[in-house]
Write a protein that binds this ligand. Sequence first.
Ligand code: AMP
Length: 191
Amino acid sequence: MLNIIICGAPGCGKGTQSDLIVEKYGLKHLSTGDLLRSEIAEKSALGIEAESFISKGNLVPDKMIFDILSKAIAEQTKNSNGIILDGFPRNVAQAEALEELMTKLKKEITVLLDMNVDNQELITRLLKRGETSGRCDDNMETIKKRLEVYQTKTAPVSDYYKNKNKYAAINGMGTIDEIFSRISGVIDSKR
Ligand code: AMP
């Protein structure tokens, strides 16, 4: 079973690479950003609250994330090849809560893939995506805030998995195929 975390700054290509991983390895994709955006589209109470954080580039509260995610993790790790977590954990408290949940489910995180992309390239990609994505957070002001939140809150999650020897840095520059072949190399070495 492969339970993978894909991590990296906004615009690093997590979503694109997750789709390719799902296709090749038959994993279930769990994206907290996608789950939140579907709550926003439904105009649910959770979605309305989440949007006020997302549109400013801040993280939504941990409890909100865990409420929508823990049931999905329990379901998707049952009778499956495993999961790919995209956009979670976003801080060390979430990583600790995930560890606790996985222990309870008698499952294990296999590896965290940390996608490294230059900041200027991230900004270019996100502004380009903003032309068509319709996302409330793909604009210059919010992008800057998201990159700052990534550095202060999310980057330390890498150290958490380095300490567990479950960390792999991925060069996220280049073509989609080049990046996927680097990722496949790491995943294949863990099977
Ligand atoms: P993403 O699609 O992963 O870039 O997420 C978009 C936005 O959703 C983020 O900027 C956060 O506001 C929120 N979000 C997504 N995942 C999380 C998480 N694990 N914890 C807190 N906020 C999150």
